[in-house]
Design a protein around this ligand. Structure first.
Ligand code: FES
Ligand code: FES
Length: 155
């Protein structure tokens, strides 16, 4: 075991880990942050998505020790000061049903919007292509993201 220190949702965290511990397990089982989900454990579903230094990554494919000294953001971190406009848009557009995919989709879209505030539909589809949703058919998810772009264009 060794000490791992990193920034989680804006706060310095230190946790004991094995070199083989996966980031998703550490977040959920050792720290109790449960928005990243385990859908496949093989990098295929996107349910475990977190932001690593602002870029979306699959936490089931990363050893926890790889994030030493770096900044990890989960959905819990996005909502610290209340819902973001994107999260609000997901609610308004009914962009999830069971919600299992929602944290990952919202983080993937957050990453997209941070580098491209007005993406077109193809760019949105590309950005969330790695996040599987079994419930919505994606239409409402794309509408929610587009509604944020429309809001930003008006401002
Ligand atoms: S649990 Fe990580 S991609 Fe599915
Ligand atoms: S809302 Fe159920 S998997 Fe997306």
């Amino acid at each position: 075991m060794r000490e791992l220190s990193f920034i989680l949702n804006g706060e310095q965290r230190t946790v004991l880990v094995d070199n083989s511990d996966i980031l998703l397990e550490v977040l959920r089982d050792k720290i109790g942050v449960t928005s990243p989900k385990c859908g496949c454990d093989t990098g295929d579903c996107g349910a475990c998505t977190v932001l690593l230094n602002g870029k979306n990554v699959r936490s089931c494919l990363i050893f926890a020790v790889e994030v030493a000294g770096q900044e990890v953001t989960t959905l819990e971190g996005l909502s610290k000061k209340g819902l973001t406009p994107l999260q609000q848009a997901f609610l308004e557009q009914n962009a999830f049903q069971c919600g299992f995919c929602a944290p990952g989709v919202i983080l993937a879209a957050t990453d997209l919007l941070s580098s491209n505030p007005n993406p077109n539909e193809e760019e949105i589809k590309h950005a969330i292509a790695g996040n599987l949703c079994r419930c919505t058919g994606y239409t409402s998810i794309i509408k929610a993201i587009q509604s944020i772009c429309a809001t930003q264009k008006k401002e």
